[in-house]
Write a protein that binds this ligand. Sequence first.
Ligand SMILES: Cc1cc2nc3c(=O)[nH]c(=O)nc-3n(C[C@H](O)[C@H](O)[C@H](O)COP(=O)(O)OP(=O)(O)OC[C@H]3O[C@@H](n4cnc5c(N)ncnc54)[C@H](O)[C@@H]3O)c2cc1C
Length: 469
Amino acid sequence: MVVGDFPIELDTLVIGAGPGGYVAAIRAAQTGQNVTIVDKGNLGGVCLNVGCVPSKALIQAGHRYEHAKGAEDMGIQSENTTVDFSKVQEWKSGVVQKLTGGVEGLLKNNKVDIVKGEVYFVDKNTVRIMDDKNSQTYTFNNCIIATGSRPIELPNFKFSERVIDSTGALALNEVPKKMVVIGGGYIGTELGTAYANFDTEVTILEGMKDILGGFEKQMSSLVKKRLKKKGVDIVTNAMAQGVEETEDGVKVTYEVKGEEKTIEADYVLVTVGRRPNTDEIGLEELGVEMSDKGVIQIDKQCRTNFDNIYAIGDIVDGPPLAHKASYEGKIAAEVIAGEKSEIDYLGIPAVVFSDPELASVGYTEEEAKEAGYDVKASKFPFGANGRALSLNDSDGFLKLITRQDDNLVIGAQIAGPNASDMISELGLAIEAGMTAEDLALTIHAHPTLGEITMEAAEVAMGSPIHITK
Ligand SMILES: Cc1cc2nc3c(=O)[nH]c(=O)nc-3n(C[C@H](O)[C@H](O)[C@H](O)COP(=O)(O)OP(=O)(O)OC[C@H]3O[C@@H](n4cnc5c(N)ncnc54)[C@H](O)[C@@H]3O)c2cc1C
């Protein structure tokens, strides 16, 4: 290995080129900083390479296949619909390549220097960056750490060809006949749904009393109903015990209500959470404050206990989501540039690309009450919306949370088709300090799912047109 003798001096160093890091680098460059970004893997991080983007591509392909098989109640019948899964994978990889190539172009156009290698901290202004052949020391004025997270491996489920994590599930070159998913969080539910749509027999083993624990019961129940319709078996309060690899698959043992059971499958997908990548980069030795789970402690400006070191994304508190990482990245970059930006998480949405989609922003009714607000929850069903009916996809509802005294919008939850897109309008309403009246007075095009938002606001105002009390 060649060791560089003379440190290279940098202005702002960004570590990790996921949605946190690459966005931070671009914003830092826009504010006039000289920026270098380093990543040991591919540009785009987990999100673009093995997370948000490929998973949504697979989910979309699964939906297409499901739809192509026909819609009897719409009078459409189709026989002999087949899937060439290697083609699906090829298409999915093409989408990923387009986006990661785009990130490289954006970084270069913003004059961000890109370095490939693994970072290790030496002191509060120095890192060593290593690749297969070289080790080079760099000094920096400011640094933004955005090293992301990796799947948690259960001790009795060592990852292998058949015991897979989400990355493995996205890279399968065949549609499994049977798959066991351990963990019914959003990643397990999304991937389970995608494969169920491709006709895999899916069993979800969830240790808690329900899947999608972070969402209201009324929302997760809709997803469970659809999953059951697709033939997915959901076993709750089920503790996965161990796995035995057979010649061509796995035998998974789990315990439910004190009874031990086994289930055979081609693959077992383990999605029981992710851990921050903060343990092997010299942060403990440097004295960066972290929780016992390795989550870096930051202030409202993303600053760690070192005033020139910032941390963003999956390695800090809050929901591990790409848009949160990007949001924090912009804040850290602006703070380094001397701006007064700071975090306000209220308007950050959370989405599950399940069937139907779930989305939430701001407070839920319960959270708002716990926070001391006197609130009103106003619901409007997708079933009373013309567009939803014409899509033949009308299960679901939108629930708007407003303050009782002044109708200020402080939260919203949606379960239904296109919830992932619809939630943006509600996020904007919260950010802009809008009331239910503002939403109700906004003319929404007809027939659209957007009208559901307007109608829920009318419910809040006490004068809905398309439903009666
Ligand atoms: C299957 C799946 C689906 C998902 N779907 C969604 C979704 O629909 N919506 C959503 O918002 N979020 C989704 N997520 C979560 C999302 O991917 C993450 O929240 C997001 O990628 C976090 O961004 P980040 O910048 O913090 O880190 P990452 O994207 O993890 O990027 C970190 C980067 O740092 C690099 N790195 C790590 N250590 C070092 C080191 N020592 N030296 C140099 N480089 C290093 C890594 O190579 C990596 O490129 C999904 C995740 C998964 C796994």
